[in-house]
Design a protein around this ligand. Structure first.
Ligand code: SAM
Length: 239
């Protein structure tokens, strides 16, 4: 079973999300365990202070070493390093993507470190196995990043989504690495917009070919960086 620890100065912000979402469902099904920790419980003074001014000057405050070292050591004291990832959330990290979500879904223990203020004292990085960003923008804290990553990982765990492995294999960034083709449900015509005839035909081979072609068309149009050779192979199914 996967254990996820999230360390934050705003644990209440995470509780709402992690205790309501697909993650909560996964916990109920016994697919994972979530432990939310308050970094301030590891502070050394009665004000529960975890930040201080940066050496050399500069705006804002930085997170201090001691509370972080003690919090991470506490989370990891009973878990072997094999199968364990300690993820420092940071805009300057490796970009999170579906491949990394897959990779993490095979681990046994993930610790998410949520930064705040101007970020971490650089020595805190030595605790992490990975420094990870969820995109090229700066947020106020790492909680939303940790929640987004936890959600993307947990939905890949066996038994969490109905439909098994197929439910995620054919999604965007799934098996083919491309965006998902457009999907439709009832009614067949809504405000003059009709569902493509082929999807109503019952011809599964043609539907599959149509979906591949649409997936290529969409990927080439909005994410040409993802579309490469797999689309060329489908060239003939498009017309
Ligand atoms: N001074 C830092 C910099 O320029 O890289 C930004 C610090 S940011 C205001 C505070 C914290 O929010 C970070 O330490 C990190 O934990 C989190 N954070 C902000 N943007 C993020 C992103 N794109 N991905 C992951 N975490 C992020």
């Amino acid at each position: 079973m996967l254990t996820i620890d999230v360390i934050s100065v705003q644990p209440q912000m995470l509780r709402g999300f992690l205790e309501e979402s697909i993650v909560a469902r996964a916990v109920k099904k016994g697919a994972c365990e979530i432990r939310i920790r308050n970094l301030r419980d590891y502070a050394h003074d009665r004000w529960r202070k975890v930040d201080d001014k940066p050496y050399g000057g500069g705006p804002g405050m930085l997170m201090m070493c001691a509370p972080w070292f003690e919090a991470v050591e506490d989370c990891t004291k009973d878990s072997p390093s094999e199968g364990r990832r300690i993820i420092m959330t940071s805009p300057a990290g490796r970009r999170f993507d579906q491949r990394m979500a897959e990779e993490l879904s095979h681990e046994r223990h993930i610790v998410f470190m949520c930064g705040h203020y101007e970020g971490f004292d650089a020595r805190i990085r030595t605790l992490a196995t990975d420094e990870v960003s969820i995109g090229d923008y700066v947020m106020t804290g790492g909680e939303i990043a940790a929640a987004a990553m936890a959600d993307a990982v947990v939905r890949l765990l066996p038994g969490v989504l109905g439909g098994g492995a197929a439910a995620t294999a054919n999604e965007s960034f799934g098996r083919g690495g491309m965006l998902e083709a457009p999907q439709y449900t009832h009614p067949p015509v809504f405000r003059g917009m009709a569902v493509p005839e082929i999807l109503l035909s019952g011809d599964h081979a043609r539907i599959e070919a149509w979906r591949k072609a649409e997936s290529c068309r969409l990927t080439e149009s909005v994410r040409p960086d993802l579309a490469a050779r797999p689309c060329a192979a489908n060239e003939t199914t498009r017309s």
